[in-house]
Design a protein around this ligand. Structure first.
Ligand SMILES: [Cu+2]
Length: 146
């Protein structure tokens, strides 16, 4: 099932070009003016840390800010830049997209209570300054799977 098909042929074509047809599952959600897509987490290699990703598009006319993340499966969840540097908040401009993706900005989860395995889902709550909070059930992938 590909929810993108609901948005019509042009988005469907984009989706095809981006090779999401046949790709591993991702999570999506909507909160306020924000549309979250391509959410997933990698199976952590060590109990101490693992990364989660999501793309956030702001369809509103006002900017929003990602304030933080949390997961019941991990003691800590921080926003990290591509260099692993901790960042306090991340802006999502009006009409813009904040992309958390492998090799770039990501959510760093730490100290898992139980190690998520590929095929599991991992609850992740994101909190935004304007839109409020939303929880995604992120599909867990084998580390490195695109
Ligand atoms: Cu990191």
């Amino acid at each position: 099932m590909r929810p993108a098909l609901r948005y019509g042929a042009s988005i469907g074509a984009l989706c095809f070009l981006a090779a999401c047809a046949g790709g591993p599952p991702t999570a999506s959600a909507t909160v306020g003016d924000l549309v979250l897509t391509r959410g997933f987490a990698y199976e952590p290699i060590i109990q101490a840390s693992g990364a989660a990703y999501v793309e956030i598009t702001n369809r509103g006319t006002a900017p929003d800010t990602l304030l933080g993340a949390s997961s019941p499966a991990a003691a800590g969840a921080m926003l990290h830049g591509g260099s692993m540097a901790h960042v306090m908040t991340l802006p999502i401009p009006a009409g813009g997209t904040l992309s958390l993706a492998p090799g770039g900005t990501h959510i760093m989860l730490s100290d898992f209570s139980a190690m998520p395995q590929a095929g599991d889902s991992l609850a992740l709550t994101l909190t935004f300054a304007r839109a409020g909070s939303v929880t995604l059930q992120l599909p867990v992938r084998k580390y490195g799977d695109e």
